[in-house]
Design a protein around this ligand. Structure first.
Ligand code: RIB
Ligand code: CA
Length: 342
């Protein structure tokens, strides 16, 4: 693994990498997966990964308000799946906003409609009449095997699923969420957006006892693409690659206008790819608590892997935390994904 990530920071405990606990899909036995998402520029690439990778069997995409208003996110999910030739994947709409606290949006990053200035063709498929939580419950109930969930937006729907259908928790094989950080945040110095947008929901999820991998900014900030990807996407024939280039260019232009360089962290794709690629992300066991108070650390994921403190406080690690990522491979993986889409 090539990145120092948080392991290089002087105040951070040098957690030793540990074997992953997240299940791995294989071509022979694809992993059943539900994506809960707020599409969303990087969400669009994450959904593409799930549609293309043969190690994954995408059962559904559920929407949640986050990057944009939930009705935009729902429509974007339908239209992205149509673009990717995946009209067979159902979409259901979830929570408008958080369980408690103010409505947070990231439209300044993703555009008012959630996909920059891109207008995708309408999908023939319409949203499922049942809501996101009901659809997730139905799929968990019906699945002959436990189902993995990749939440890549605020965790409101997941918290509602856990609280509304506690008997279905054994049918959740793993939650690999994009969110949090053991380092700094992005929405605030303390908190990453998906957690910041609904800290109460995140607290419910992290305290649920379910098997969790936290793919936070510690690794996703090393899963970046730059403008060179645009030329590579332009060589690909499909409308999906053209759309990806549009979405990425929107993000590069925004970042440049803000003087923040010309790279985009493809946060959400890492959470999905972790279920398909065994050696992309290195993890360590942490005890993570969420600050769900309304103070300056609201939404912070406080991760502790220090053996002395954990023993002293009688705490057991409750999740894998992504600490390292093989970022050199990332652009090639994304180009390969889009080379296989219509
Ligand atoms: O902080 C990054 C996360 O917030 C990503 O999921 C991105 O899509 C936004 O929702
Ligand atoms: Ca997202």
């Amino acid at each position: 693994m090539s990145n120092p990530s948080v392991l290089g920071w002087p105040t951070f405990h040098h957690a030793k990498l540990t074997p992953r606990t997240a299940p791995l899909g294989t071509v022979a036995k694809p992993l059943p997966l539900i994506i809960d998402s707020d599409p969303g520029l990087d969400d669009a690439l994450a959904i593409a990964c799930a549609v293309v990778r043969p190690e994954i069997n995408l059962l559904a995409v559920t929407s949640v308000g986050g990057n944009a208003d939930v009705h935009h996110c729902t429509e974007n999910a339908l239209r992205l799946l149509h673009l990717y030739g995946a009209d067979d994947v159902p979409v259901a709409e979830g929570a408008v906003g958080p369980l408690t606290g103010p409505l947070e949006r990231a439209t300044e990053v993703h555009g008012e409609g959630g996909l920059g200035n891109t207008k995708l063709p309408k999908a023939p498929r319409t949203v499922e009449p049942e809501g996101a939580v009901a659809l997730m419950a139905r799929l968990l109930e019906a699945s002959p095997e436990p189902v993995a969930i990749a939440p890549v937006g605020p965790l409101t729907n997941i918290a509602l699923l856990i609280r509304s259908y506690p008997h279905l928790s054994p049918k959740i094989s793993h939650i690999c969420l994009m969110g949090g950080s053991v380092g700094e945040g992005n929405s605030s110095a303390s908190a990453e957006f998906n957690i910041y947008a609904d800290p109460t929901a995140a607290e419910i999820v992290f305290n649920s006892g379910l098997p969790i991998t936290m793919i936070g900014l510690d690794v996703t900030h090393h899963a970046t693409l730059d403008r060179s990807i645009l030329d590579r996407l332009k060589t690909l024939p499909g409308a999906s690659a053209k759309t990806a280039a549009e979405l990425l260019k929107f993000s590069f232009d925004r970042s440049a206008a803000w003087g923040q360089g010309e790279k985009m962290a493809i946060h959400d794709a890492v959470a999905v790819l972790h279920f398909a690629i065994p050696d992309l992300v290195g993890v360590a066991r942490y005890h993570v608590v969420v600050d769900a108070t309304q103070g300056p650390a609201r939404g912070r994921t406080i991760g502790d892997a220090n053996p002395y403190r954990l023993k002293r406080d009688k705490l057991e690690p409750n999740c894998d935390v992504g600490l390292t990522i093989d970022s050199q491979r990332f652009a090639d993986i994304m180009v390969d994904i889009y080379s296989k889409l219509p």
